[in-house]
Design a protein around this ligand. Structure first.
Ligand code: NAP
Length: 280
């Protein structure tokens, strides 16, 4: 199978690549923003799995232009599985190069734009799979369409929670549109997993997340299991538009089931990208 994993260079994405690379016929492309880290990840995976069909492409997925260039680079590929996984928490408010709040840009718009570009160019095969790494953190919040980028009263954790709600709403809406091509779209919560998550933040926040991970988090081996289940299991081949946890379908929050929010988010995302020069 041909597989793309965004954020495949550490944490859950790396572990997923490691498991999938053990099947020697699998060809895997890892995407990340750090060139050195990406090259190292590929070298290590080839050494550990003896699968040479691995490569890294550098792209800052918070940048619309870099997503566009990445999609162009992938234009000739025929992909069986796209795993949208790259994500981060930004404790302080940052903006991307396109002047979009960075959590929204990376955690939602990158999934949205890359997937739609790959579908538009028929890079994802009929019968293929799209897997979106969401989070249980989506619970307890709704989307404020009047302030999608949290310009007022920014709170990094709340903003992250909303972005993960976006992942589920996007999954639901996209699954309706891709069913005609027999492409399934599902999302998941991996659990609270010990990864490099949070390290991009300074000082106390990074240390606090590290402490919580050391005490409460599950291993990355455990956390990646649901992603692997969605990628490999025959049990899910006809399932689409669902949210998974521990390899089982789970009910997400009521806000994640709101069709009107899914439609609004879709339209708003198209509009935002168009305003920044990307027409899907
Ligand atoms: N860890 C948890 O407890 C947990 C729980 C629920 C959901 N999740 C979700 O799991 C996903 C993976 O997170 P993780 O925990 O595995 O964290 P991680 O170890 O920090 O991995 C994040 C990955 O995303 C990439 N990335 C970050 N910013 C990027 C950018 N601007 N452009 C391209 N790639 C970028 C990183 O590569 P570079 O550093 O090279 O950019 C890295 O490969 C995220 O979507 C997160 O929301 C995690």
């Amino acid at each position: 199978m041909n597989i793309i994993i965004t954020g495949g260079t550490s944490g859950l994405g790396y572990r997923t690549a490691y498991i999938l690379a053990h099947e020697s016929k699998n060809k895997i492309i890892l995407i990340g923003s750090n060139n050195y880290k990406g090259q190292q990840a590929v070298e290590r995976l080839i050494y550990e799995t003896e699968n040479k069909n691995l490569r890294f492409i550098k792209a800052d997925l918070s940048s619309i232009n870099e997503i566009r260039l990445l999609a162009k680079d992938l234009n000739k590929e025929k992909i069986d599985i796209l795993i949208n996984n790259a994500g981060a928490l930004f404790y302080s408010r940052n903006e991307s190069i396109d002047q979009i709040e960075k959590t929204f840009a990376l955690n939602h718009l990158s999934y949205f734009a890359l997937t739609n570009l790959l579908l538009k160019h028929k890079v994802i095969k009929k019968g293929g799979k799209i897997i979106n790494v969401a989070s249980g953190a989506h619970r307890g919040t709704d989307i404020d369409f009047n302030d999608l980028e949290m310009s007022n009263n920014y709170n990094g954790w709340k903003c992250y929670k909303k972005s993960k709600l976006c992942n589920i709403l996007f999954t639901k809406k996209l699954s309706e549109l891709t069913s005609i091509n027999n492409i399934t779209v599902n999302c998941l919560h991996p659990g609270f997993v010990k990864t490099e998550f949070g390290k991009n933040n300074k000082g106390f926040v990074s240390l606090a997340i590290k402490f919580l991970m050391n005490v409460f988090a599950i291993t990355v081996e455990e956390g990646a299991k649901t992603i692997i289940h969605l990628a490999n299991s025959d049990d899910v081949k006809d399932i689409t538009g669902k949210y998974f946890y521990k390899s089982k379908i789970k009910q997400p929050s009521q806000y994640a089931e709101n069709k009107s929010s899914a439609d609004q988010l879709w339209n708003k995302s198209i509009e935002m990208l168009k305003n920044k020069g990307l027409t899907l």
